[in-house]
Ligand binder design. Structure first.
Ligand code: NAP
Ligand code: ZN
Ligand code: ZN
Length: 363
């Protein structure tokens, strides 16, 4: 029987990160290892990693799919240090990023159509299993080794720390807007939940030419949404009078809420043929009665991240339009506190870990 190797010995390249060990979700230093740079691999030094609410769902095993120890992080940016002999797109020194996907089959219908995110065999960047059976570990760590197909280039116009959240938050809302045809100038759109996803949704929708309303539970975010993020208006979802006055107003709504919340009031805000697109991933099933959809031929759909081609297209669009996340950069030692604050929607609007300067093994 083959001896079970500990994470530190599985591969030849020493790696260091922060991991959750159980459902408490508390993160602490963790030694593991990365594979040697293969022919098609890009190795890079991680400089920044965003904290997505999905990381919080995962470290606490709220979706029931966590494997511990779990090194989170799928909004990863850094600088290339080594490339394999068959790599064509990248060279040492390049500014690159990796998102939620470590690998996919490359041959199914989804993969052939540039939708690796929907490949049934896609391997998540953390808490998944690589083809050699080892567990994948994410970007709250010092080094990444990835197949170049799943690596994207960060445009020079974007600072790395504020580009990091585009690797998940950015592509998720960009792809939802594009696929559902909510990318046409002059549309009247709403974004529900002004967190990491929501605030970049406002920016992308504005850049595509929409009128954008934020629908929020946090009155304190109103001034910033309008003055700094460029939202045209702001509705408090718990204010029934305000919500009533907005009935039938929107062509589309992007719902980024991370927790249980009622959908019927949102459906009521749609015009005839309007679309409600769910990108938030609450743990409990949401209630969806048929009648509010029948009247007005309304649609409720979902969207999950995006394929690699579209992720690069989104980054290039962001570079051209100067779109990046509003970030609170933190040292890794702050990560557990940051998770507590994220749980309470107390961040404007994305925590990003300064991995390059603070995640140091012997500090
Ligand atoms: P986030 O930064 O925590 O933002 C979520 C926002 O939802 C909060 O800022 C808050 O906005 C609102 N909210 C929170 N609790 C609420 C409640 N009980 N009722 C109504 N509104 C509430 O999270 P995120 O990183 O943007 O992620 C949002 C969700 O998307 C998570 O579930 C995450 O797992 C999921 N996600 C999905 C994908 C995908 O591919 N589809 C990708 C990434 C993330 P206000 O203060 O404005 O109300
Ligand atoms: Zn994410
Ligand atoms: Zn596939």
């Amino acid at each position: 029987m083959a001896a079970i190797k500990v994470a530190e010995q599985e591969h030849p390249v020493p790696a260091f990160g922060w991991a959750a060990r159980d459902q408490s979700g508390v993160l602490s230093p963790f030694d593991f290892s990365r594979r040697a740079t293969g022919e098609k691999d890009v190795k890079f030094k991680v400089l920044y990693c965003g904290i997505c609410h999905s990381d919080l769902h995962m470290i606490k095993n709220e979706w029931g799919i966590a494997t511990y120890p779990l090194v989170p992080g799928h909004e990863i940016v850094g600088q290339v240090t080594e490339v394999g002999s068959q790599v064509t797109k990248f060279s040492p020194g390049d500014r690159v990023g990796v998102g939620c996907i470590a690998a996919s089959c490359r041959s199914c219908d989804s993969c052939i159509n540039d939708l690796e995110n929907h490949c049934p065999k896609a391997i998540p960047i953390y808490s998944g299993h690589s083809s050699d059976g080892t567990v994948t570990y994410g970007g709250y760590s010092d080094v990444m080794v990835c197949d170049e197909h799943f690596v994207v280039r960060i445009p020079d116009a974007l600072p790395l720390q504020s580009a990091a959240p585009l690797l998940c938050a950015g592509i998720t809302v960009y792809s939802a807007l594009r696929y559902y045809g909510l990318d046409r100038p002059g549309m009247n759109l709403a974004v529900v939940g002004l967190g990491g996803l929501g605030h970049v949704a406002v920016k992308f929708a504005r850049a595509m030419g929409a009128q954008v309303t934020v629908i929020s539970t946090s009155p304190a975010k109103k001034d910033d949404a309008i003055q700094n993020l460029g939202a045209d208006s702001f509705l408090i979802s718990r204010d029934q009078e305000e919500m009533k006055a907005a009935m039938g107003r929107f062509d589309g709504i992007v719902d980024t809420v991370s927790a249980d919340h009622p959908l019927v009031p949102l459906i009521g805000l749609l015009k005839t043929n309007g679309k409600l697109v769910l990108v938030g991933a609450p743990t409990k099933p949401l209630e969806l009665p048929a009648f509010p959809l029948l009247k007005g031929r309304k649609m409720v759909g979902g969207s999950g991240i995006g394929g690699m081609k579209e992720t690069q297209e989104m980054l290039d669009f962001a570079g051209k339009h100067g779109i990046a996340a509003e970030v609170e950069v933190i040292p890794v030692e702050y990560v557990n506190k940051a998770m507590e604050r994220l749980e309470k929607a107390d961040v404007k609007y994305r925590f990003v870990i300064d991995v390059g300067n603070t995640l140091l093994k012997n500090a």
